[in-house]
Unconditional design. Structure first.
Length: 190
């Protein structure tokens, strides 16, 4: 029966030592145990998304060069950025390490060269229609960027699919949602 006074003393000591707020108590207990519960989960998901692993995945899965992978991803993310609010883009970029530097890989396109790189009548129509619609202009610019990389425009949907698969495999639902919002109806317009 000597344990009873010791247990009562321990309980009283703990109850007076801990703050009244339950959430503060949990936080304090977690910190005493060496665990930071407030940012651990967020940091894990954010740090697990990085451009280099996405570039490697696209290169391997689509059989393109690393340069084509970087340029294609940069072109798609640039398109998405242009169709998001600053706040949404900032949220997405903060979850993907290296995204801002990837955007420097967007291929330069010269509007005077676009008709010579693709000879199809559809390309000519898109070039003309893009003069009258910002949405068509953005999609046409993306198409021209892929062509400048030596990739067919059919590859745009393959790249988007790879990005979505990457986000799903990393359980990045919030980032996936922002990305899809920025895509809008791109794929139906191509």
């Amino acid at each position: 029966m000597n344990l009873k006074p010791a247990v009562v003393t321990a309980v009283l000591t703990l109850s007076f030592a801990l703050p009244a707020s339950a959430s503060t108590s949990l936080s304090d207990l977690s910190s005493l145990l060496g665990k930071d519960t407030t940012s651990e989960t967020t940091e894990q998901s954010a740090s697990s998304l990085d451009v280099s692993s996405l570039v490697s995945s696209v290169t391997e899965n689509l059989g393109v060069t690393e340069s084509q992978s970087e340029g294609g991803l940069a072109s798609i993310f640039s398109y998405v950025k242009d169709n998001l609010s600053t706040s949404d883009y900032t949220d997405m970029a903060s979850n993907i390490t290296g995204l801002d530097s990837l955007l420097e890989s967007v291929p330069d396109i010269d509007s005077s060269d676009s008709s010579s790189t693709s000879s199809s009548a559809l390309s000519g129509l898109m070039d003309k229609a893009s003069e009258y619609s910002d949405t068509i202009n953005s999609a046409n610019e993306l198409k021209n960027q892929f062509e400048a990389l030596g990739l067919s425009t059919d590859m745009i949907s393959s790249f988007v699919s790879q990005i979505s698969s990457y986000f799903n495999s990393e359980d990045a639902t919030e980032t996936q949602s922002i990305f899809e919002s920025g895509l809008g109806n791109l794929l139906s317009g191509l």
